[in-house]
Ligand binder design. Structure first.
Ligand SMILES: Nc1ncnc2c1ncn2[C@@H]1O[C@H](COP(=O)(O)OP(=O)(O)O)[C@@H](O)[C@H]1O
Ligand SMILES: [Mg+2]
Length: 256
């Protein structure tokens, strides 16, 4: 059984067909990529999988359960973590608070524990703080733990966002353009980091990227989306040499 199976998913925004007859299967632990020019429908696919929008038609089965119609927090709790193309970080919280808060979506004190501050609760708090530090270390941003998020350089903010997504202990991690706005050196570091967290935590990853180089380095197979439809799917080599892909990118992106 695959971890995620999307079948015949279509989505309209009013009269605009943003995603058409989209299919995807991801196995446990796989890294898969999604590329395509701006406006192709990539982020919309993430928004559909994570319950931000409900597909006009189609099925999404995650970990054996149909998740269409579930609210985003329930889908997150079932094991789909994500980052956003435009970061959604609370401006005034510290880095550590961000990652700690994400952990809470996974635990349940029971009402009594929450009110009384039981030993069990204190123990849980301490564990959460320890785990949060560990994730920040893994992402290479633990030195910023006590800083307010907006004081961090852009690249570090993106790393915190990934740490936050990891705190929900996802079985599937969706990364929307994790190297956006980064210079080539930062891009290479980010690719290394993604490879490392995958090596340590072993979750499946579905990656949207703009830069061919990143998906080519990381992904087992890649889908190319254009005007909401998959126009090519295959290994990095197959995608690199596919004339249909090159055509879709011509004049829009640099194919490197
Ligand atoms: N909430 C929305 N309402 C209306 N149109 C939208 C909305 N979100 C995205 N779109 C449109 O859907 C298409 C796909 O957008 P998007 O999924 O963001 O593309 P990508 O991530 O591939 O750049 C674009 O034409 C975009 O303008
Ligand atoms: Mg996008």
């Amino acid at each position: 059984m695959s971890l995620l199976k999307v079948e015949g998913m279509t989505h309209y925004f009013g009269g605009l067909r943003a995603v058409y007859n989209y299919n995807l299967e991801i196995e446990m632990g796989q890294i898969r990529g999604l590329i395509g020019p701006n406006g192709a429908g990539k982020t919309t696919i993430f928004n559909l999988i994570t319950g931000m929008y409900r597909p006009t038609s189609g099925r999404i089965v995650f970990d054996g359960q149909d998740i269409v119609g579930l609210p985003p927090h329930r889908i997150a709790a079932r094991g789909i973590g994500r980052t956003f193309q435009n970061m959604m970080l609370w401006r005034h919280m510290t880095v550590l608070e961000h990652v700690k808060l994400a952990h809470y979506s996974r635990i349940d004190y029971g009402l009594v524990g929450a009110f009384l501050g039981t030993p069990r609760r204190h123990r849980q708090e301490a564990e959460i703080e320890e785990r949060s530090y560990e994730l920040l270390r893994m992402m290479g941003v633990d030195r910023f733990a006590q800083k307010v998020i907006t004081e961090l350089p852009y690249g570090a903010q993106r790393r915190v966002e990934i740490a936050r997504a990891l705190a929900t202990q996802p079985k599937l991690l969706l990364l929307d353009e994790p190297t956006a706005g980064m210079n080539p050196e930062e891009m290479i570091e980010m690719v290394d980091t993604i490879r490392r967290i995958h090596g340590v935590l072993g979750m499946a990853i579905f990656l949207i990227e703009h830069r061919m180089r990143v998906v080519m380095d990381l992904c087992e197979t890649i889908q190319t989306l254009n005007f909401g439809e998959v126009i090519a799917e295959g290994t990095p080599d197959e995608i690199r040499n596919n004339p249909v892909v090159i055509e879709a990118y011509l004049g829009k992106e640099v194919v490197t």
